[in-house]
Design a protein around this ligand. Structure first.
Ligand code: ZN
Length: 315
């Protein structure tokens, strides 16, 4: 049995785990990300790897799943919206500190690989992974292989434009899909509703301490689970965007399965049922084609660790 370490490096935390060749995490560790300093971020990654490898001599390699654009040689983070990385030689930095081979992968790609091999995608070779959180993360498995594109940054479909001149996006454009179909979009929807129709949004306001700004994702889910009409309407409106976006992706990629993960997916069928309906409704050639499966992710927040570790094993 070989062991590898997977590290999920996000905007707020560095989560690492020792993973065996069945995708099982044997030991885990996490630290806050010093997100303003690339140098300190690399040092924290090296620190968690050192601690874990100190406990398991068999560790052979390290896979880093990084929240940013990773180059095609899987060594450099070109740009990260939520971290201070700009053309950051992460592989070289971490390798020199830990003395093990290191690969760097985009975090959503690592997650997609983890789910495809050990989670909801087992047995399916054509997968589109969509993580619905603050924004939208994407990963593509085509013919059983991770699809990275020519320059390493493929699958960023949170930023395809669904509304010309629409809402501003952190990427610099307007009208990106993630502005309408993410966890943040759900919260924006609920706050707007509470502002313009406070009477209708009574339950949401109550859960949000009386002000629209107090409403966040878990409150909307709680209200929707309790049957609150306003919360269900917010879910429905975001789910329609999710479903229509999947239909557009199916027109291009024709996957066998969509796997939905991220914070918003914890709402389960509240989200998936209307999303599935909107998907089937918007699909081109519907009635004359097989509908792709739409599945919940299975590995939760660990998928990135498991995927990065396995990619390091296959390096
Ligand atoms: Zn964008």
């Amino acid at each position: 049995m070989t062991l590898t370490i997977g590290v999920d490096v996000g905007g707020t935390k560095v989560a690492a785990g020792v993973v065996d060749d069945h995708g099982r995490i044997i030991e885990k560790l996490r630290r806050p990300t010093p997100s303003t300093s690339p140098h300190e971020t690399a040092a924290v990654i090296a620190e968690v790897v050192d601690i874990l490898k100190g406990k398991f001599d068999e560790v052979e390699a390290v896979g880093l799943g990084a929240a940013g654009f990773v180059d095609e040689s899987r060594s450099m983070v070109l740009f990260a919206p939520n971290l201070a990385w700009r053309d950051e030689p992460l592989k070289k930095k971490v390798e020199s500190q830990v003395g093990l081979p290191v690969i760097v992968e985009n975090d959503a790609n690592a997650t997609a690989w983890g789910e495809a091999k050990f989670g909801a995608g087992r047995g399916e070779d054509h997968i589109v992974l969509i993580t619905l959180g603050t924004g939208i993360g994407g990963g593509l498995i085509m013919d059983g292989e991770l699809y990275r594109g020519r320059f390493g940054i493929g699958g960023e479909f949170g930023h395809f434009r669904v509304v010309p001149d629409g809402r501003r996006c952190g990427c610099g454009n307007r009208g990106c899909w993630e502005q309408y179909a993410s966890g943040n979009a759900l919260v924006a929807e609920a706050r707007e509703l509470a502002r313009v129709s406070p009477a209708l949004a009574g339950r949401l306001l109550e859960l949000g301490d009386g002000s629209p700004e107090g409403i966040s994702g878990p409150e909307i889910t709680e209200a929707a689970r309790g049957g609150d009409t306003a919360a269900l309407e917010c879910f429905r409106s975001v789910a329609v965007w999710v479903g229509q976006g999947m239909a557009d992706l199916a027109a291009i990629l024709d996957p066998g399965a969509f796997i939905i993960g991220g914070g918003l997916s914890e709402a389960g069928d509240l989200l998936l049922d209307p999303a599935r309906a909107a998907f089937e409704n918007a699909l081109t050639g519907r009635g004359h084609r097989v509908f792709a499966d739409i599945r919940m992710a299975e590995l939760g927040p660990d998928a990135g660790i498991v995927g990065a570790a396995d990619l390091a094993r296959l390096r």
